[in-house]
Design a protein around this ligand. Structure first.
Ligand code: SF4
Ligand code: SF4
Length: 503
């Protein structure tokens, strides 16, 4: 009997006429595709198309092609579904995967377009006029008092309730990715870039490595159900604290970091034994109601000198009511994570089929909080496959204050979306703890690329604002009137609060 019915997903072809026989492909591949005996020999079955070898081959003689099996056509059973049945018949287990949902669901952002100024409503030239992208994360009071600042101007009266807001120089932060799921050099790149950009990175649920303590003013420290790395010092190091309830890629599912990724440093940072699996259960065992959540929010505020405390939830049905409860429980921000969000590891069946789109979640949460008169009591952070500055602008127009990017940051650092993060063998040195792989990412190089990416998106956002004739990102927030839908049904338009193009 054959050991497997599954054919390789990719074909690795080497043009041996051009090959230098240098062996670099063997060194670069984290998946063990290549063996070397006078020349490289690829084992197709191990290839994940991460393109590390292709990028580093000095002779440019490697080609990776999709292995389009000549399986008999069947509109009901795609080749992927058939392969999955074969896989599970072999393994008897849940299929794990990494990165975000890759199924061709309708991407609502791609069916929204932004309005533009013309003659009667003039546009603004962002190269010559000031364009304000600064925003503040946190709870705002219903009204503030001002007083003379002694220099002919005014300032907010002390105690006006905005002192603990966190300033962001652009309405974007780096999404939570835990130390352990990603390497320390990824965390360093994110922290250094966040400091240079005047924004925030987020520890995810893995604690904060001591090397990152100096960056605390640009860090959100997360408290997940596993409580990894949580201590008074940890809480006080961050600019804000986030309680993680859910994740867009796997709503209702807890975290699982395999023991192989828990090396000495991850173990110290997470405060767990080396080599043991780190499991954060789906529920927090001290939160079973909004009242419980309120208690934890205020405990964390007490423990940290009243730093802003946010709550991260996955985008799911009834998210408007859930967000309302979160805000009423005292959260300073609600972090909404949509179902195309990334993950280090998740059951593929959950990642691809559970949750709702982020666009819908932003619109209904913003609307619900406005209707209840509590919109200014919390900021909204939107995440889950924010792929460009256009997605950022559309998310803000739908009602978000700030967006968070995770997959895009990893791509800036080299990720080619091969979806093998859960294996711990990332050839790009990102989602791995193997020293021979993690050293591939130079944090200084990474920080520069992340800084460039966010600068580029911020410039583009300024261009978009100028085209809309507004000079501050605050003026775009919740301006659904500036959006039009192309190819969305009426019900979706109604839920989004967006008119079809032409109206
Ligand atoms: S890296 Fe390229 S040139 Fe070097 S051995 Fe591999 S295929 Fe040949
Ligand atoms: S982070 Fe690495 S393993 Fe994960 S998808 Fe990107 S390249 Fe692949």
């Amino acid at each position: 009997m054959p050991t497997s019915l599954i054919q390789p997903e990719f074909r690795v072809e080497i043009d041996y006429n051009k090959c230098h026989k240098c062996g670099r492909c063997v060194q670069q591949c984290g998946w063990g595709v290549y063996s070397f005996n006078e020349r490289p020999y690829p084992d197709d079955s191990k290839c994940r198309a991460c393109h590390r070898c292709v990028t580093y081959c000095p002779a440019h003689c490697i080609t990776i092609k999709k292995n389009d099996l000549a399986l008999r056509d069947n509109a009901n059973w795609s080749p992927e579904l058939r392969k999955n049945v074969w896989r599970q018949a072999e393994s008897g287990g849940v299929m794990l995967t990494g990165m975000g949902n890759d199924k061709p669901y309708l991407k609502i952002f791609d069916h929204l377009v932004l309005d533009a100024c013309q003659v009667t409503n003039p546009s603004i030239d962002p190269l010559r006029e000031p364009m304000e992208l600064r925003t503040y994360l946190g709870r705002k009071p219903d009204s503030v008092e001002v007083e003379a600042n002694g220099e002919g101007g005014y300032r907010l009266k002390p105690g006006s309730g905005v002192e603990n807001n966190v300033k962001l120089d652009t309405p974007l932060i780096f999404a939570p990715m835990s130390y352990g799921s990603v390497s320390l050099n990824v965390h360093k790149s994110l922290a250094m870039a966040a400091e240079r950009l005047g924004i925030l990175m987020n520890t995810g649920e893995g604690g904060l490595h001591a090397d990152l303590y100096p960056y605390g003013n640009n860090v959100i420290v997360q408290v997940a159900s596993g409580r990894f790395g949580v201590s008074p010092e940890y809480l006080n190091r961050g600019a804000a604290i986030e309680i993680k309830i859910g994740q867009g890629a796997k709503p209702g599912i807890g975290g699982h970091l395999p023991g192989e990724k828990i090396n000495k440093e991850v173990s110290t940072t997470r405060m767990i034994p080396q080599g043991t699996d780190a499991i954060s259960p789906a529920p927090h065992h001290d939160i079973y109601s909004i009242e419980d959540l309120r208690q934890l929010i205020y405990s964390l505020k007490e423990a940290s000198g009243y730093k802003p405390v946010g709550v991260k939830i996955a985008a799911v049905h009834n998210v408007g009511a859930i967000a309302s409860g979160v805000v009423r429980a005292g959260a300073d921000y609600v972090y909404l994570d949509g179902f195309t969000g990334g993950t280090g590891a998740a059951p593929a069946i959950i990642r691809d089929h559970v949750g709702i789109p982020i666009e819908i979640a932003i619109a209904v949460v913003d609307q619900r909080l406005r209707e209840e008169g509590i919109r200014n009591q919390a900021s909204i952070i939107a995440a889950g496959s924010i792929r460009s500055s256009a997605d950022m602008a559309k998310a803000i127009a739908l009602g978000a204050d700030v967006v968070a990017i995770g997959s895009a940051t990893l791509m800036a650092l080299g990720c080619h979306l091969c979806q093998g993060c859960h294996t711990g063998c990332c050839s790009w040195g990102l989602t791995t703890q193997k020293p021979e792989l993690t050293r591939r990412l130079d944090p200084e190089w990474g920080a520069e690329r992340l800084t460039n990416l966010v600068h580029a998106w911020s410039h583009e956002l300024q261009e978009i604002l100028g085209a809309l004739g507004v000079n501050a990102v605050e003026s775009l927030r919740g301006s659904r009137e500036r959006l039009r839908a192309v190819g969305l049904d009426k019900q979706t338009c109604d839920i989004l609060g967006v008119k079809p193009a032409g109206l």
